[in-house]
Design a protein around this ligand. Structure first.
Ligand code: ZN
Ligand code: ZN
Ligand code: ZN
Length: 307
């Protein structure tokens, strides 16, 4: 906390660390999710149960983020040579498991209600929705004033939650005057599909990182062109780029210099390459330097997975 005061540009004087904030958000979210679960069951509304699953997913993300902060602070060691930041990817997987199983559970309850609609406890539904809109709108408003990008993203997310609750509120008002009980399972199915659609989107992103795909926003041809512009470099091969955790990019490549390049020229080319790559946001480059004609075994046509 004392560190915050050394930074003159830090306008937040709430004396809370990032970890404290995530912890508080976790307890609020988890508490609210439990209220929703109990409330959804007792008023007999599957739409509220869908919102509960959504908030349960948020709680799991926050809880794991909170827990994993401890790990991610640890530096590299002999077991995990890149450090522990990559553990944060696990939270996305656990989150997906919770959201998918929760959504399937709710869908299994919602779908039969299309064929035999039941009246939920409309007044209870209305009051719970009013509470949901108020709590989420208040939280979103508070975060909105935060200056960090994380706070903004979280605020947008809460706005999404507000919309979900506003829809429940709307349905409860309609049900007060019209017996269109099918609206409750209908909203539930819509929210569930929205949740599952987001799971697929997030999983694709995380799996691409796990599978060492070329990171979004990195064009391999551009990288190769940048390396080829370096004085002394005549060709590039075995170029690999992947992301550690969605933020840090790692690269390995072989750079070929002329057959008569001096050790100094090779060193200059290597340092220039590292410099230009770090300007492109690639902070961790491992470069193998070789002279033209030197045997390397990983030239054109080599199968990187063969050995
Ligand atoms: Zn290194
Ligand atoms: Zn090579
Ligand atoms: Zn390779």
């Amino acid at each position: 906390m004392s560190g915050e005061h050394k930074d003159a540009h830090h306008h937040d004087h709430s004396h809370l660390t990032e970890e404290d904030r995530i912890g508080t958000a976790f307890f609020l979210n988890a508490g609210f999710a439990i209220v929703e679960l109990v409330g959804g069951f007792s008023v007999g509304s599957v739409a509220i149960l869908s919102d509960a699953v959504h908030d349960l997913g948020d709680s799991v993300s926050l809880g794991l983020a909170w827990f994993l902060q401890r790990f991610s602070r640890k530096g590299k060691d002999l077991r995990f040579t890149y450090g522990y930041k990559r553990f944060s990817l696990l939270s996305a997987l656990v989150n997906a498991i919770v959201l998918v199983s929760g959504s399937l559970f709710v869908l299994a309850r919602a779908v039969p209600k299309f064929f035999s609609p039941e009246a939920p406890h409309v007044t209870g539904m209305f009051l719970l929705a009013l509470f949901g809109v108020a709590v989420n709108a208040f939280a979103a408003f508070r975060l909105w004033k935060g200056s960090s990008i994380n706070a903004r993203v979280a605020a947008w997310h809460l706005l999404e939650d507000v919309l979900g609750w506003a829809a429940v509120l709307f349905v409860s008002v309609v049900l007060k005057f019209r017996p269109w009980y099918i609206l409750d399972p209908l909203l539930s199915v819509l929210v569930s599909f929205f949740i599952l659609w987001n799971v697929v989107k997030n999983l694709r992103y995380v799996l691409e990182i796990f599978l060492q795909g070329t990171p979004e926003g990195v064009c391999l041809n551009d990288i190769e062109a940048i390396l080829l512009q370096i004085p002394g470099v005549i060709s590039v091969h075995d170029l690999h780029v992947w992301s550690l955790d969605g933020e840090r990019t790692v690269l390995t490549a072989h750079l070929v210099t002329g057959s008569d390049a001096s050790p100094e020229e090779i060193e200059m080319a290597k340092n220039e390459a590292r410099q230009r790559l770090s300007e492109k946001g690639i902070g961790h480059a491992t470069l193998e330097m070789e002279r033209k004609g030197e045997y390397c075994g990983m030239g054109a046509g080599h199968d990187c997975m063969a050995n």
